[in-house]
Design a protein around this ligand. Sequence first.
Ligand SMILES: NC(=O)C1=CN([C@@H]2O[C@H](COP(=O)(O)OP(=O)(O)OC[C@H]3O[C@@H](n4cnc5c(N)ncnc54)[C@H](O)[C@@H]3O)[C@@H](O)[C@H]2O)C=CC1
Ligand SMILES: O=C(O)C1=N[C@H](C(=O)O)C[C@H](O)C1
Length: 267
Amino acid sequence: MNNIRIILAGPRGKMGQEALKMIEETPHFELVAAVDSKNDGLQVKDLSGAPQSMEAPVYDDMENCLASIEADVVVDLTRPDIGKIHLELALKHGLRTVIGTTGFSNEDLERLKALAEEKQTGAIIAPNFAIGAILMMKFSQMAAKYLPDIEIIEKHHDQKLDAPSGTALKTAQLITEVREEKKQGHPDEREDLKGARGAELEGIRIHSVRLPGLVAHQEVIFGGEGQVLTIRHDSMNRTSFMPGVRLAVESVMNIEGLVYGLENIME
Ligand SMILES: NC(=O)C1=CN([C@@H]2O[C@H](COP(=O)(O)OP(=O)(O)OC[C@H]3O[C@@H](n4cnc5c(N)ncnc54)[C@H](O)[C@@H]3O)[C@@H](O)[C@H]2O)C=CC1
Ligand SMILES: O=C(O)C1=N[C@H](C(=O)O)C[C@H](O)C1
């Protein structure tokens, strides 16, 4: 297999540091540059938490990096607002792209899909890279056909910027593919404290918890007459996401167009 040359955006972040280790440990991956919010001109090995063997330049601007560096794939693990911009820039340069940030609207997805097709390149947006979380979403879609009253509780660390999580949104979207929109709870229920019933997507309630000590956790709760089914996934650390990042980088080399969700590339 030829080496896959990677530009990583967000190398100092919690996910970025894990991704650097994963790239270093993968024989056919090669880090050719990193894009950080600062530290232009340094080497990746100079960044805190980076492996000392990584002799790739750091850029503080994605456009400069793309203009200067030959690469195969851009991996973005930055922030919801920045991931979107980086994806568009990378696609315009005809580069393959793996995006771990969330917050893409349906309009964004349509626009970026058209751009990937126009540039005849591939992109993967993965709201969750953990294989267990993908299974949780698939099992939830399966269960929703039979138990259509559903609430989602997602719990994350208190540094998370977006709510609800991309995983909760993707779970709800997958469920809406197999379940009619429905009003849940009592027809006359009221919120005496705003937000008490959580957010709503086609009748599915989504509740977001943010606390120190948490990493990334989700429960999908299905209620039926005399029974409750809970499907739950926990990421205890960020290493849990790395097999999925590796799979996405390898897979994006062979796809054309935009793929939204790792479930679409898992065999
Ligand atoms: N898809 C998935 O499975 C997962 C996705 N995430 C998402 O990945 C992103 C990163 O998560 P964490 O590492 O926990 O966050 P973090 O806050 O620890 O790291 C984000 C990094 O991005 C950098 N950054 C900000 N603006 C930038 C720019 N313009 N250019 C380059 N770098 C920039 C920051 O300096 C920081 O080092 C978040 O959006 C999070 O929601 C996190 C975990 C799993
Ligand atoms: O910000 C995080 O940490 C995570 N973000 C993703 C999301 O929004 O679902 C994936 C995972 O839950 C961790």
